[in-house]
Design a protein around this ligand. Structure first.
Ligand code: NAD
Ligand code: UDP
Length: 315
């Protein structure tokens, strides 16, 4: 049994990770400030005596004797991370410093949830880990992108300077149950709009692409990375190989839900990446043949059924 700290544990991905690690017989501390996460996501875990919930902000130091730290705390949707950009960059940078300091003191292994956003609007396609990216330092997405890039740098410097045992994953667009219905990300937006019969909001002409990964695949890759051979620090891409335009995504959601919602076009947000798809050969080689396997249609069906229940309960 390991003692594991998960920052951002009440969020979408964090809540799945809490569940998985408890299920494997570990003791889990879930730390969150509830900015975008919610107790609803982990309420069913509260009766487990090996689960501990802590309200805390990672921009302040935190002390606990743990064996592993998954550092996930950070708003992930453009709407939320742009709401208070200074806080977003503080969360990534100060959060990384505080958690790395803790890892150093207690000699814990620590994993950083980085992002495909470190590649910005990529000029290399698909994106391998060796690509340095094309990122605007002063745009609306910079607080998130540059915060995450700086966190990667901090992780690597604590590793080389202080021998901290680090792991870095770069997560590509991930979706599934426990996403916040008001999150603003494309999958949850389209599903909620389709289920409510509201217009589906396509930003720009809808030709931009993303690769969508179902959360179960991500959790498997994340846990494999945390437990991978010592010295393999990453960064390693975790994402799905399928690549879809936003128009294709909207049509698939309409087909599965049978919704009569209409597609409308809204302006494309500034610096919105035109294309994104991971090269996952490193993950395959280093993480025991890991691949993101769930097909978009299958993952969407599960996610739609989650939102359907959630919206009915709201009524
Ligand atoms: P989320 O918004 O659901 O979860 C983030 C969690 O962090 C929330 O529970 C939030 O309340 C918490 N949090 C935010 N600021 C905090 C702070 N200062 N102190 C403590 N807690 C704080 O988003 P998610 O999709 O679950 O993302 C989890 C992590 O994975 C994030 O670091 C995100 O950048 C990264 N990521 C996610 C995706 C994706 O597609 N979902 C892609 C790339 C990277
Ligand atoms: N998008 C969209 N309609 C929406 C929300 C998002 O067309 O209601 C587009 C957005 O412009 C982007 C893509 O969907 O091109 C993915 O957006 P998301 O915010 O989910 O993630 P990210 O841009 O960070 O990959």
């Amino acid at each position: 049994m390991k003692k594991i700290l998960i920052t951002g544990g009440a969020g979408f991905i964090g809540s799945h990770l809490c569940e998985r690690l408890l299920h494997e017989g570990n003791e889990v501390i879930c730390l969150d400030n509830y900015f975008t996460g919610t107790k609803e996501n982990i309420i069913h875990l509260l009766e487990n005596p090996y689960f501990e919930l802590v309200r805390h902000d990672v921009t302040a130091p935190y002390y606990a004797e743990v064996d592993q730290i998954y550092n996930l705390a950070c708003p992930a949707s453009p709407v939320h991370y742009q709401y208070n950009p200074i806080k977003t960059i503080k969360t990534s940078v100060m959060g990384a410093i505080n958690m790395l300091g803790l890892a150093k003191r207690v000699k814990a292994r620590i994993l950083q949830a980085s992002t495909s956003e470190v590649y910005g609007d990529p000029e290399v396609h698909p994106q391998p880990e060796s690509y340095w990216g094309n990122v605007n330092t002063i745009g609306p997405r910079s607080c998130y992108d540059e915060g995450k890039r700086c966190a990667e740098t901090l992780f690597m410097d604590y590793h080389t300077q202080n021998n901290v045992d680090i792991k870095i994953i770069r997560i590509f667009n991930t979706y599934g149950p426990n996403m916040n219905p008001h999150d603003g990300r494309v999958v949850s937006n389209f599903i909620v709009q389709a289920l409510k019969g509201e217009d589906i909001t396509i930003f720009g002409d809808g030709s931009q692409t993303r690769s969508f990964q179902y959360v179960d695949d991500l959790i498997e890759g994340t846990v494999r990375m945390m437990n991978s051979e010592k010295g393999f620090t990453g960064p390693v891409n975790l994402g799905n190989q399928g690549e879809f335009t936003m128009l294709q995504l909207a049509q698939t959601v309409l087909d599965i839900t049978g919704s009569k919602s209409k597609l409308i076009h809204l302006p494309l947000p500034k610096d919105d990446p035109q294309q994104r798809k991971p090269d996952t050969s490193l993950a395959y080689a280093k993480l025991n043949g890991w691949e993101s396997k769930v097909k978009l249609e299958d993952g969407l069906k599960k996610t739609i059924s989650y939102f359907d229940k959630l919206l009915k309960n709201e009524h």
